[in-house]
Design a protein around this ligand. Structure first.
Ligand code: ZN
Length: 562
């Protein structure tokens, strides 16, 4: 229905395998196919089997969002012990809730390794030799892919270093942009910033939530870089004074074998246009709720809420706290042939199989509120509204939850308890809040310690003081030993790699309900919830620091928030 896409495509195929010695590949072949309607995979992509040319990136510009129904990430990538290296991720990084291993000092990334189906045949005791052979071949291919990855990542970085030092007139713009995107992908960056300054263009990458200076390109290459980005994203190249938004799709061939969307924003600044590219590429990372770092209790609360036939599940936290991931993963968990799930989002971060996703479009007046109204006429079982930020949306959402729908949404509040009074502020009646909300999830993302260079360290007195207010002193006193990453090659010397979710889940029970109805404030609601066993985000974070998943510095960051 509202999923009308106009997609303009200029397809650029580029073989990027030529480095140093072998430069066998044809330079950027540009194929331009104008087409009106969306077509998921227009590009025939013969798998590059040859090793020399590992990475083929196909970039397709598109103007409007294109929810793609079925791209399932290849499991191959997932099983790799080193998988963290290869996948950029904006958000949460799985780590089993209960830390499986006692922390050993330099422990090569074992923990991430997923259980792999044993290649043992069990057909009535007869060993299936073919199957074994196939498994063996697969395993070999995986190893090869890994090697390919590592060398590819290094080559791209080297190539970019070289490119950025060329005299500006010689910089191959198309290659530079494509390599930057790939480099971002390999370093697991979520965003690429092209920032114009007086004398150069600064390229920064956001990795695990933190920006890093990456390259400086000569000032003269600025307009070329920005124009290239605009072309990819289907923006007007002759417009320099207005802000523009766009989007395009990138396909990465073997060994990655996946594609993802890049959302682009260009704004005029004093020294020219600044572009930010956001890589929407996290779906492969989060497969199921098991990949989110919920405690057993929190997982049980979430399961109970998901099992209820109607009511609201709210996720809350600042921007970039992983709310969407939590909700997407929950939707995936309840998705089946028997239920209809519809979402309205801004933006659609990635497509979920079996879910109808609608993009908010203010130009056509397809707002959260209007979209939600239309969705309700589509006979859905479950609905997700990207965000409840106004009274109108709040009221429709609550009514939808009341009339037999599972409702998922996010709110912009600091913690779980504040969600409830926030809805009161939006003029939702207390009894409606009390009777429709199942759980409110408060969350944050903290950086995870790189497992490759993790070492023990003791808590300093200063840190002890800082934690005193957030963590009960009796608990704090028992623990002095924590962990940190020393910094190594695999984490770009940062000591961190990937991120982990920190959660608190407030379950609405009779006591909370009663408190909501008498309009209790967030502080009181939180107290009640804690008494009933809610583990706060701070406690969750502290535990994860004790377990060596994150650092005390990351935990302390949370205490500065309020
Ligand atoms: Zn490291």
């Amino acid at each position: 229905m509202a999923k009308k896409e106009i997609v303009k495509k200029a397809v650029v195929k580029e073989n990027t395998g030529e480095f140093e010695t072998e430069s066998l590949e044809p330079e950027n072949k540009v194929v331009t196919k104008p087409m009106v309607k969306v077509k998921p995979k227009p590009i025939l992509q013969p798998k590059p089997v040859v090793k020399v040319q590992p990475q083929k990136v196909v970039i397709k510009p598109m103007v409007k969002v294109k929810p793609r129904p079925v791209v399932q990430p290849k499991p191959v990538v997932k099983v790799q012990p080193q998988k963290v290296v290869i996948k950029p991720m904006v958000k949460v990084k799985p780590r089993p809730v209960v830390q499986p291993e006692p922390v050993v000092e330099v422990q090569p990334q074992k923990v991430v390794e997923k259980v792999q189906p044993k290649p043992v045949a069990q057909t009535g005791g007869i060993v299936d030799k073919d199957k074994l052979r196939r498994e063996k071949a697969k395993e070999l291919k995986r190893k090869e892919d890994l090697k390919l990855f590592a060398s590819e990542a290094i080559t791209i970085k080297r190539e970019l270093d070289g490119l950025s030092k060329l005299p500006s007139i010689n910089i191959p713009i198309i290659r530079a942009v494509d390599f930057l995107i790939k480099h971002a992908f390999f370093t697991r960056a979520s965003d690429i910033h092209f920032e114009p300054f007086e004398k150069y263009v600064n390229i920064r990458l956001r990795v695990d939530g933190v920006l890093h200076d990456s390259f400086k390109f000569p000032k003269e290459s600025q307009s070329g870089l920005i124009t290239r980005i605009k072309v990819l994203a289907g923006m007007r190249t002759d417009e320099h004074r207005a802000a523009q938004d766009g989007r395009f799709r990138v396909e990465v061939a073997r060994p990655v074998d996946r594609d993802f969307d890049i959302r682009v924003s260009v704004v005029p600044t004093y020294y020219g246009e600044k572009a930010v590219l956001r890589l929407l590429a996290e779906q492969a990372e989060i497969e199921s709720l098991d990949d989110l770092a919920f405690t057993v209790e929190n997982r049980a609360k979430l399961n109970r809420a998901l099992a209820k036939p109607y009511g609201m599940i709210l996720a809350t936290g600042p921007t970039g706290s992983g709310k969407t991931t939590t909700l997407y993963t929950s939707l995936k968990a309840i998705s089946s042939r028997e239920v209809s799930i519809i979402t309205i989002e801004d933006p659609i971060e990635y497509s979920i199989e079996g879910v109808d996703q609608i993009q908010v479009n203010n130009q056509t007046n397809l707002t959260f509120a209007n979209g939600l109204r239309s969705i309700l006429r589509q006979d859905p079982d479950a609905i997700m509204v990207g965000e409840i930020r106004d009274q109108e949306t709040a009221s429709i959402a609550v009514n939808a939850a009341l009339t037999g729908h599972k409702m998922f949404s996010t709110l912009h509040t600091n913690d779980a308890a504040t969600t409830l009074p926030r809805l009161l502020d939006m003029k939702v009646e207390p009894f409606l809040i009390a009777s429709t909300i199942n759980i409110a999830i408060g969350q944050r993302l903290l950086r995870m310690i790189c497992l490759n260079c993790r070492v023990k360290r003791r808590l300093t007195d200063l840190e002890f003081q800082g934690l005193k207010e957030a963590v009960p002193i009796t608990i704090l006193k028992q623990h002095r030993e924590f962990y940190k990453g020393q910094g190594c090659k695999s984490c770009n010397r940062s000591g961190y790699k990937s991120r982990v979710g920190i959660y608190e889940i407030l379950e609405i029970d009779d006591d909370i309900r009663e408190a909501i109805i008498r309009r209790a404030d967030a502080g009181e609601l939180k107290k009640i919830a804690i008494k009933k066993g809610m583990r706060t985000m701070m406690e969750d974070a502290f535990q994860k620091a004790l377990d060596g998943v994150t650092t005390i510095e990351e935990v302390l960051k949370m205490t500065y928030e309020d």
